[in-house]
Structures are given as C-alpha cells and as structure tokens.
Design a binder for this molecule. Structure first.
Ligand code: C5P
Length: 396
C-alpha cells in the first residue's frame, strides 16, 4: 500500500504520543519508510529508544545537534520525505506552524519543507475549542495542510470532548489515501442523496428524516477516488462535498429530470430517500383552517427514478440502489433488487433504536446477483469508501 513511500513523522509532546508508536509500526507494515522526529516535549512522553527501535532507524530531535547537521542538515531532512505527518500535533505545534516559527527542529522542518503535511491534533478540549486554536486551524487548513481528527471522547486529563488524537488506523487510512492512485479516475459517477420535499401548498410539504449524510459520503469518496461526480441532492441537512457537480433539487420530479440530464454515467448510486408519493394538485394558496373540516390529501405515486434508469438501454454499467427497511431487511432488499432491475442493493435497518437514519453510522448488507455480504457497523464515511472500492473493482 505504501511501498516506496517515505514519511517524516514528527511526534509532538502529548499523552497521545504513545499512539504514534503504534502508528510507526503500522506505517512500516504498510511498506513505508519512516524517519521519526521527536520534539523535546515529545521525549517526555515516549523515549527516543522506543521511537527509533520501532522506526528501525535513528530519530532526530535537536536542531543544534552537530551530529545531526553533519550527517543530514535540517533542510535536507525536510526534503527526504513524500509526506510529513505530525502526530500528535499539539496546540503549541499548531500555533508555531500557523505563525511560521522555527525555534526547534520540528518547527524548522515544517517551515522549510515543500512536502505536503498532514496533522493529527491532540489536546485538551478547552485548548481545542479556544479561539486561538480555531484561528490557527483555519490558517493551517487554508495553507493546504490536511487535518485528521481529533476524535471526541474521554480525555487523559479526565475531561470529555473533542481533542483525542485519531486512532493510528485512521491516520494510516488518511496517509494511504494520499498515495492511492484514483481507482475511479476517468469514470463518471452519479449519486442521488437526501430527502425530497413534495409541496402541499406554498408553505407545507411532505418530507422524510433522511439527512443526506450517506449519499454525501459516497459522493466524497467517489471524488477522492478520482471520479467525476454529479451529485443530485434534495434538501439535505449536511453540506455537499467540495469538488463535485452539485445539482440541488426539491421534488422527486425535479430529481428525476436532473438524473436524466446527468446521464450517461459509468455508475449510479441512488442513496436519496425519494418520497413515494406527491400531492396530486398542490394548492397555489396556503390552505386555511375551516371550522370542523378535515383536509384530505390526494396522493399520486412518484416516478421510480432508480427503476427508470436501471431499465434504460444506455444505463450505467453499474446501478446501485438503497433499501431502508424496518423488518425482513435482506428478504425485502432481494425482492427490491429484482423489482427495480438494479445490480446491487445496499440494505440497511432503519428501525427505531438503530440511530441510523439521521445518524453518523450505518450497518449495511450488500445484496448482489451473487449473494449477500453483511458489513460491520461503521461510520458512513467508512461505508462509503468500502462501497466505492467495490464499485471500482466492478468497473475495472
Ligand atoms: O422503493 P424504495 O423507496 O424502498 O426504494 C429505495 C431505492 O429506490 C433507493 O435507492 C431510492 O433512491 C430509489 N428510489 C428512486 N425513486 C423513487 C423511489 C425510490 O430512485 N421514486
């Protein structure tokens, strides 16, 4: 995965430094060469010996170490790697980076390098939420630095909140993504997402609880894999990803037209929670309460966008639908796959208590012509990346 890559790993001074020992091991196991740099504060948390033993080579720590300079100057050291990773990136290191300070080896390397930089912040929640850190983070992001995490949870200091360094496997995944050649390079992927709103009158509509989070994650993962992505989205509660063509719609009919206009595509993923029905004749004027009258809604069925696309002669090579079910998930998904004529169905249980609809995690079963596979519950981003990897395999 990371064969022939060289990572310069700067380990800052935080309790999370112990996780960086595991990160070194994982990076090397993935094939990377790791040159470690330990800040003075970092050496208070992990020993130089454990860092260099795990890296399988000497580590650097002191800007003024003449041996270091004789062997390899700091400018040269800043150029050896394909990627600089700072983990843990303390509030102090982030501040130094944002200001362009160079008063120790780590900050000097970070100022001198022209290599991409990825940081994994780790600090107390109040330090993370402090306006100064917010400012520094914004500067670092606008400088093009990739930020992984931090996660939310219990902290070593006994508090709870955002500031925990991301786990080593998550940092490894971000590192690997930077080196993966786009598996969907040259492909056009169409993704529908979010709910639809079907008007009743100018102020009321029929909607559903879809947040658009899973569809957004799929569009982002497809773009990260190098695809050109058309993202047809209903009124979602999450922002669309950057770098994709966003077509914002409200109703199922508008979504159907936008999908039609976006074809041809190599793959289409229908993650939208399209309303099954719309009001036959929405009122042009706001419906008023009248004494004792109970308004009736005359509903007509919306076009099935997925089924329509799956049956076209010029359909995408791969058509993927979703099945949000509350019972008999797999059986219903199998029947849905046949009924709609799509290639795959990603089925999920959205019954009360799963927290899936509108939540950040998903537990899905992929139903294909060959059978079913159940994926363990994971973040919607992870599910999206797994799906995109499968799509890439299928289109290869
Ligand atoms: O029939 P059901 O709504 O359960 O099917 C869900 C799948 O079909 C999803 O992939 C959804 O995006 C798609 N769909 C659609 N157009 C509709 C209804 C559902 O594309 N009108």
């Amino acid at each position: 995965m990371l064969t022939n890559t060289h990572i310069l790993l700067i380990v800052g001074g935080g309790i999370a430094a112990y996780k960086s020992l595991d990160l070194i091991r994982r990076l090397r196991r993935a094939g990377a060469e790791v040159t470690p740099v330990l800040t003075r504060a970092g050496a208070e948390f992990v020993t130089p010996l454990s860092v260099s033993s795990l890296a399988g080579k000497r580590m650097f720590s002191d800007l003024w170490d003449l041996t270091d300079e004789a062997e390899m100057g700091h400018i040269q050291l800043s150029r050896v790697a394909d990627l600089v990773v700072v983990a843990p990136a303390t509030a102090d290191l982030m501040a130094k980076m944002a200001q362009g300070r160079a008063d120790d080896l780590a900050s000097t390397l970070l100022l001198a390098t022209d290599t991409p930089v990825l940081i994994a912040p780790a600090m107390n929640v109040r330090m993370w939420e402090h306006p100064a850190t917010r400012r520094n983070l914004a500067i670092l992001e606008s400088d093009g630095i990739e930020v992984v995490g931090p996660g939310i949870g219990d902290m070593a200091c006994g508090e709870y909140g955002a500031g925990r360094m991301s786990e080593p496997d998550e940092i490894l995944a971000s590192v690997s993504r930077r080196f993966s050649v786009g598996v969907l390079e040259g492909k056009h992927v169409l993704v529908t997402s979010g709910p639809t709103h079907e008007p009743i009158d100018p102020v009321r509509y029929i909607a559903n609880r879809s947040s658009g989070a899973q569809g957004t994650a799929i569009a982002r993962a497809a773009r990260e894999a190098g695809a050109r992505v058309t993202f047809v989205t209903g009124p979602a509660s999450v922002a669309p990803p950057s770098g994709v063509e966003v077509v914002a719609v409200e109703t199922a009919a508008q979504m159907a037209a936008a999908v039609e206009a976006a074809l041809p595509a190599d793959a289409a993923v229908f993650a939208a929670a399209v309303a099954d029905w719309r009001v036959a004749e929405p009122s042009a004027r706001k419906t008023k309460k009248a004494d004792g009258a109970r308004p009736a809604l005359d509903l007509v069925e919306n076009p099935d966008i997925l089924a329509g696309v799956a049956r076209r002669a010029d359909r995408p090579a791969l058509v993927v639908g979703f099945a949000a079910e509350t019972h008999d998930v797999v059986e219903n998904a199998r029947a849905k796959r046949a009924r709609k004529g799509c290639d795959w169905i990603l089925a999920n249980d959205v019954s009360e208590g799963t927290g899936i609809m509108g939540g950040t995690e998903n537990a899905v079963t992929l139903v294909t012509g060959e059978g079913e596979e159940t994926w363990e519950r994971a973040g919607k981003d992870a599910v999206a990346r797994r799906l995109v990897a499968r799509i890439a395999e299928r289109l290869a």
